[in-house]
Write a protein that binds this ligand. Structure first.
Ligand code: UDP
Ligand code: MG
Length: 227
């Protein structure tokens, strides 16, 4: 993580973990690329801002897509993990390798409202080191997701882990927050437990979570309990 611009026009990095996301990436590229361009046009972020796709050991055409994309678009970068390490590690790898004054993590399937990104950047410019994306409700989740999510948070709470209700991994972190995260020595990194512990100035922005527009959830019961 390197800071290269003044704070009033930060370099923004957007980190996107991807496991077998060939069905969603073309649309995601259009949407995220458009968002980055509009933030540059508004003068909110530096033109050197980038989007990082982290391929978490995909077995479909995900990496082929990413490696072609980075040849033709300056906006995108690709990181390829040696195997499937899991969502949290893919995210962590992206956060540690991306260059930016501020880094936003978001899922590849665009379930998180991309329009909340503007507000995240604004809150950062006002002096927040961490901005948590918090969803309004669970209307768009199916029964299985609600049940495994409830079980997941119940188990985490029993272990004394304090999490921010209805916040997953859609958040902005400053370069300072990322550096502090890098100091943690965790074998099983659980970002939504660790990031609130950093103690930096933070706030939340609310958004409505949509449905995955293509492909299937990569989280089964086993991975929800693993999380
Ligand atoms: N993901 C990943 N590695 C994994 C599982 C998931 O990088 O082992 C990515 C996935 O491609 C997506 C994000 O993590 O960008 C969240 O996964 P998903 O949308 O399947 O989870 P859900 O929305 O069902 O919780
Ligand atoms: Mg999803």
């Amino acid at each position: 993580v390197r800071s290269m611009s003044s704070k009033n026009r930060p370099i923004l990095a957007i980190v996107v973990p991807c496991l077998d996301e060939e069905l969603v990436l073309p649309e995601t590229t259009k949407t995220l690329g458009g968002k980055l361009s509009s933030l540059v046009e508004r003068g909110l972020i530096d033109p050197d801002s980038r989007i990082y796709y982290v391929d978490d050991g995909s077995t479909d055409g995900t990496w082929a897509y990413i490696s072609e994309l980075v040849k033709s678009s300056r906006q995108f970068r690709g990181i390829k993990l040696a195997r499937n390490y899991g969502h949290q590690y893919a995210l962590y790898a992206g956060l540690m390798h991306a260059k930016g004054d501020a880094i936003i993590s978001i899922d590849a399937d665009l379930q998180d409202d991309i329009n909340a990104v503007d507000e995240m950047v604004e809150r950062y410019l006002e002096g927040n080191e961490i901005v948590f994306g918090v969803r309004d409700d669970r209307q768009t989740d199916g029964v299985f997701k609600r049940w495994t999510a409830a079980l997941h948070y119940w188990v985490a709470a029993r272990f004394g882990i304090k999490t921010i209700p209805n916040h997953a991994d859609f958040r902005l972190m400053s370069a300072k927050a990322i550096a502090m995260l890098g100091e943690f020595r965790e074998d099983n990194i659980y970002l939504r437990g660790v990031v609130p512990m950093l103690g930096l100035k933070s706030c939340v922005v609310y958004y409505a979570r949509g449905v995955r527009f293509a492909g299937e959830s990569k989280y089964d019961l086993r991975s929800m309990l693993g999380l």
